[in-house]
Design a binder for this molecule. Structure first.
Ligand code: AMP
Length: 411
């Protein structure tokens, strides 16, 4: 079955077409500068394995036009991978916020759309473009089943004591203020692979205790017991938890009104500082890109070194915290841009954690041939596994979509 996966941002649209039986990616790409009202020229970059990438330029004043470009690219006689749109069986959409309503992926209907719209209040930057993508695809491909896969869904198994903040209870009831967590599709994808590795080593699924570290531009961790998420670092918004590229992570909340006062700034300005000018960028004063930061640190830049130290310390601290949450740890997983690609950061995050049974095999950790592979970088006799697992949120969206469509067909 061919499933098209769509991930819409405010001015971008990422896509990937899968053959879900073989789990093969047929084509993927991104449309950028999709802007309401047009203006700047938009572009679509289309990639097919084994071929040169294709760039198409044009006006993309909205997501519907962008979807039109995607469908043309997929069916183009020269650059395409299918001859007819009828070959696409379903569309899977990434949706950031599913509130407390969606603990798993669902078939999209008008009621689901209304619920996603309702949760736009909780994710004003993400749910509206996600919805635009859904509506655009429904107009372009009106007969196809569509599935929503939520970033928050995997974390819905958190117990109440983990998701409640120490705020007046009525704020939870009235405004939905609680920990939701994000990156759930990634945490679920890599924890399922880690679960297979542990099962092969004789640890039954129900007993497995896994800590997943998604370290990319955005960073979060999750504590997963028997396949269920018990806690995660991101909270009401994706600002909480780890130090990220430009986001501050955990903070004394009293800093917010303090900053508002000393900077004579309104809440939006403070929010913008915490989201866009903090984290690795804010501490180093240089960059939010970990590769550039590491280079600067190696060249002796002390602020770059400090930013990396703060980043790794926070990860290490949460590995300890989640080991306590889980009552021990069987595997720590590193994924996403930094987690998958950087041995130095992995090593620093794990410093001093042999006491938890995490023994790193430094040589294996630094072996460049593990890139892009599922790799066990712990020593043979390490009590717990240290795994590097490339994430693939799009594949999980395609899998969920295919499963829902198959169930629908056999109902
Ligand atoms: P993502 O959001 O998963 O695409 O990850 C983006 C982040 O991964 C950026 O901060 C990149 O600097 C970082 N990254 C990618 N490759 C490497 C690498 N080899 N070493 C360190 N960081 C990397």
């Amino acid at each position: 079955m061919k499933v098209l996966v769509i991930n819409c941002g405010s001015s971008s649209l990422k896509y990937e077409l899968f053959e879900t039986v073989s789990e093969q990616s047929l084509a993927h790409g991104i449309a950028e500068r999709v802007v309401v009202g047009g203006g700047r020229e938009a572009s679509l970059r289309h990639y097919v394995a084994g071929r040169q990438p294709v760039v198409m330029k044009g006006e993309m004043p909205d997501h519907e036009v962008a979807v039109g470009y995607v469908l043309s690219a997929l069916t183009d006689p020269e650059h395409g991978v299918i001859s007819d749109l009828g070959e696409i069986a379903a569309v899977g959409h990434r949706v950031v916020h599913g509130g407390e309503r969606f603990a798993e992926s669902v078939l999209i209907d008008d009621e689901v759309i209304a619920a996603i719209e309702q949760f736009s209040e909780l994710a004003p930057l993400h749910n509206p473009p996600n919805l635009q993508g859904i509506r655009a695809c429904r107009r372009r491909l009106p007969d196809l089943p569509m599935v929503a896969v939520f970033d928050t869904a995997f974390h819905q198994t958190m117990p109440q004591h983990a998701y409640m903040y120490g705020l007046p209870y009525e704020f939870y009831e009235k405004y939905g203020i609680r920990r939701y967590g994000f990156h759930g599709t990634s945490h679920r994808y890599v924890s399922e692979i880690a679960a297979q590795v542990l099962a092969q080593r004789g640890i039954p699924a129900q007993q497995q205790r896994i800590i997943t570290c998604h370290l990319g531009n955005g960073c979060s961790m999750a504590a997963v017991a028997g396949g269920k998420c018990l806690d995660t670092t991101m909270g009401f918004t994706p600002l909480e938890g780890l130090v990220m590229g430009t986001r501050c992570g955990d903070l004394d909340p009293a800093i917010v009104p303090f900053l508002a006062e000393v900077l004579d700034a309104d809440p939006h300005e403070v929010d913008s500082i915490l989201n866009k000018k903090s984290g690795l960028l804010g501490i180093s004063g240089l960059t939010n890109d970990m590769r550039d930061l590491l280079q600067a640190a190696h060249e002796g830049n002390s602020r770059a070194r400090l930013a990396i130290d703060v980043f790794c310390y926070r990860v290490r601290k949460y590995i300890g915290t989640y080991t306590a949450v889980l009552g021990g740890v069987d595997a720590v997983v590193f994924t996403a841009g930094i987690g998958e690609n950087n041995p130095e950061i992995r090593e620093q995050c794990l410093e001093g954690l042999a006491c938890l049974g995490l023994h790193l095999d430094s040589e294996r950790n630094e072996d460049p041939s593990i890139r892009g592979q599922v790799a066990d970088v712990s020593t043979a006799d390490s009590p717990a596994r240290i795994l590097v697992i490339p994430t693939n949120e799009e594949l999980l969206i395609a899998r969920d979509t295919a499963a829902i469509v198959v169930a629908l067909q056999s109902a």
